[in-house]
Design a protein around this ligand. Structure first.
Ligand SMILES: [Fe+2]
Ligand SMILES: [Fe+2]
Length: 179
């Protein structure tokens, strides 16, 4: 149980670290290549991760203590929706920034908006990931030595697995080249 929770925490931390590093790089240079990397991370790592969790894991959280945990996943799903809206707004800002030059009117305002959106995303994501870790830990504790424990671990493995590392600004591959 501890190992699985450690894997989940470490994947979550990687996401926070990637957001922080890529977001920081973009705030420092919104027109640079990090903009594509950030867009790629948000759309191809963070969004699929949330969708996969809802599909494979939230049903488990709902399943073990219906009355209490339905509320837990309802809140976590709302977090996902908020994160998705923030990603759409950041994406729009990044596209505009890519087509603007520093001389353009509104450049400073756009830059400031991007900074605010990234800070909001970071804050809500931190709170959300912590909430999820507690919920998953509760599920693992509840089903320890239970016949479906293997299935739970398999699903968690599928979502969190030993997956590839998350993009960082130092990586050369730009996953977000599709815009
Ligand atoms: Fe999530
Ligand atoms: Fe998660």
């Amino acid at each position: 149980m501890n190992r699985m929770i450690e894997t989940i925490r470490s994947r979550h931390q990687e996401m926070l670290d990637a957001l922080s590093a890529l977001g920081g790089a973009v705030v420092a240079d919104a027109e640079g290549t990090h903009s594509l990397q950030l867009a790629g991370f948000l759309r191809h790592k963070l969004l699929p991760h949330m969708h996969s969790e809802e599909h494979h894991l939230y049903v488990l959280v709902d399943g073990f203590d219906t009355e209490r945990n339905l509320k837990v996943t309802a809140g976590m799903t709302l977090d996902h929706q908020f994160v998705e809206c923030q990603i759409a707004s950041i994406d729009e800002c990044l596209r505009t920034a890519r087509h603007n030059s520093v001389q353009d009117l509104g450049h400073v305002a756009l830059h400031r908006k991007l900074e605010i959106l990234l800070a909001r995303l970071d804050a809500v994501l931190r709170m959300h990931l912590r909430r999820e870790e507690d919920a998953y830990l509760a599920v693992l504790r509840r089903y320890a030595s239970h016949e479906i424990e293997g299935e739970i671990r398999l699903r968690m493995q599928r979502v969190y697995g030993d997956g590839e590392t998350i993009a960082s600004p130092s990586e050369t591959a730009v996953e977000g080249s599709i815009s």
